[in-house]
Design a protein around this ligand. Structure first.
Ligand code: PLP
Length: 402
C-alpha cells in the first residue's frame, strides 16, 4: 500500500483562519472584519437585484447546458472587455484584444502567469507591490515565474510610497513584468491619483516594462466603473500593450460563480490569433472549458440596458455604504472617543479594505478582548462593518491604541 506519511501538514490560510476563529466565538458583539466579501448594513451577504433578474431571465429562456468554447462565452467576453477598456478603446475597436473567460480573477491571474512563463520574451520575473493580495505570490510562483517586490505603501503616512514605487520601476532591469492593482489596492486601499497614474505610465514605458493589471474591484472603489478603469485606459491610450485580469466576484457579487477574464493587447490580428491559440493550449489541459452560469449572468446584465443601469446603481450603493462606514468609523474615533491619532487614512483609502496601521499586538487585543476578528497585518474589511456596530468598533480600536 502507498504511504502518504511523508507529507508534512501545510499551514492554514491566513484569511480563512480568521473566519474559523470568528465562528467559534459566541460573544454577541463579535465582528468578522477578515473576509473580503460585501455585506449589507444588516451584515448579510447581498445578491444584487440586477443579478436576480438576469437569473430569472436565464431560467425563462430555457437555455441548454452544453459546454462553452475553451475561451468561454463570447457574448460575455465581449461585454467584459468593453466594460474594462471602454467602448472607444482603439485596440478594442480594431479587434486586437485577445481575451478569454477565466475562473474568476484568480483563474485569470493563473492563466496570465502561465502565459508569461511560457512566452514572455524577457526576464521571467514578476514585480509585485509590498504588500499585495496574499495569493499573488503563490499564483505566479505556481506558474513558474520568479517573484520580486516593489515599494508601494508608506507606513509613516498610511498612504502611497510614490517615490519608492518610481525608484523601483527605474531600478528594475529593462523589460521587467510589473503586476499592478488597477484600483482599490488590496490590502491597503491606497491607489495612485490620476496624475500619479500618468507619471507611472510614462516611467514604466520609458523602462520598457510590461504591465499586468489585476482589476478585481472595477466600480467597487469609487462607485463608478469608468473612474475605476482610469489606470488601464490611460496606459492603453499611452500605447502600452497591457495584460489584464478582471473579476466579477465583488462588483457583481458573483463570488462563488467564479467569473472573470484574462486579456492581452496584441499588435495585429495575426498576433492576436496566435496568442488566442496558445491561451487555448494553456486552458485545455487545466480545466478544459469554463463554467457557464456566471458568464451568462454577467452577459445578461451588461447587454440589457435596463439591467445594466440597475447594476451601476447597485455598484454605487455598495461603494457608498463602504464610504459611509469609513466616515463613521473615523468620526467616532476622533469626535466621540477623542483619539489622539490621525485617522485620515481611513477615509483617504478606498475600496473594501482599510489598512489600519494597527500592529499585531493591537490586533491580538481586538480579537481577545473585543471579539473583533481581522488579519494580523491590521487589515479591516470595511464591508464587515454596519451602522449598528461601527461605534463599538471605534471604541475597541480607541482602547487598544490609547
Ligand atoms: N485580485 C485581488 C487584488 C483580490 O483582492 C482578489 C480577491 O480577493 C482577487 C484578485 C481574486 O478574486 P476572485 O478569484 O474571487 O475573483
Amino acid at each position: 500500500i502507498t504511504s502518504w506519511a511523508h507529507i508534512p501538514q501545510g499551514p492554514p490560510d491566513a484569511i480563512l483562519g480568521v473566519t474559523e476563529a470568528f465562528k467559534k466565538d459566541s460573544h454577541p458583539k463579535k465582528m468578522n472584519l477578515g473576509v473580503g466579501a460585501y455585506r449589507d448594513d444588516a451584515g448579510k451577504p447581498y445578491v444584487l437585484n440586477a443579478v436576480q433578474k438576469a437569473e430569472k431571465k436565464i431560467v425563462e429562456d430555457k437555455l441548454n447546458k452544453e459546454y462553452l468554447p475553451i475561451t468561454g462565452l463570447p457574448s460575455f467576453t465581449k461585454e467584459a472587455a468593453t466594460l474594462a477598456y471602454g467602448a472607444d478603446s482603439e485596440p478594442l475597436q480594431e479587434g486586437r484584444i485577445a481575451i478569454t473567460q477565466s475562473i474568476s480573477g484568480t483563474g485569470g491571474l493563473r492563466i496570465a502567469g502561465e502565459f508569461l512563463s511560457r512566452f514572455y520574451p524577457h526576464n521571467k520575473k514578476i514585480y509585485l507591490p509590498i504588500p499585495t493580495w496574499g495569493n499573488h505570490n503563490a499564483v505566479f510562483k505556481s506558474s513558474g515565474l520568479e517573484t520580486e517586490q516593489y515599494r508601494y505603501f508608506k507606513k509613516s503616512t498610511n498612504g502611497l510610497d510614490f517615490e519608492g514605487f518610481l525608484e523601483d520601476i527605474q531600478n528594475a532591469p529593462r523589460n521587467s513584468i510589473f503586476m499592478i492593482h488597477a484600483c482599490a489596492h488590496n490590502p491597503t486601499g491606497v491607489d495612485p491619483t490620476p496624475a500619479q497614474w500618468d507619471e507611472l505610465s510614462k516611467v514604466i514605458k520609458g523602462r520598457g516594462h510590461f504591465p499586468l493589471f489585476d482589476m478585481a474591484y472595477q466600480g467597487f472603489a469609487s462607485g463608478d466603473t469608468n473612474h475605476d478603469a482610469y489606470a488601464i485606459r490611460k496606459f492603453v491610450a499611452d500605447g502600452h500593450r497591457i495584460a489584464l485580469t478582471q473579476s466579477f466576484a465583488k462588483n457583481m457579487g458573483l463570488y462563488g460563480e467564479r467569473v472573470g477574464t484574462f486579456s492581452i493587447i496584441s499588435e495585429s490580428l495575426k498576433e492576436k490569433a496566435a496568442i488566442e491559440s496558445q491561451i487555448k493550449l494553456i486552458i485545455r489541459p487545466m480545466y478544459s472549458n469554463p463554467p457557464i452560469n456566471g458568464a451568462r449572468i454577467v452577459s445578461y446584465v451588461l447587454s440589457d440596458p435596463a439591467l445594466y443601469k440597475e447594476w451601476l446603481g447597485e455598484v454605487k450603493l455598495m461603494a457608498d455604504r463602504i464610504i459611509t462606514m469609513r466616515n463613521k468609523l473615523k468620526y467616532h474615533l476622533v469626535e466621540d472617543f477623542g483619539s489622539k491619532y490621525s485617522w485620515d487614512h481611513i477615509t483617504n483609502q478606498i475600496g473594501m479594505f482599510c489598512y489600519s496601521g494597527l500592529n499585531p499586538e493591537q490586533v491580538d487585543r481586538l480579537i481577545k478582548e473585543y471579539h473583533v476578528y481581522l488579519t494580523k497585518d491590521g487589515r479591516i474589511s470595511i464591508a464587515g462593518i454596519s451602522s449598528s456596530n461601527v461605534k463599538y468598533l471605534a471604541e475597541a480600536i480607541h482602547e487598544v491604541t490609547r
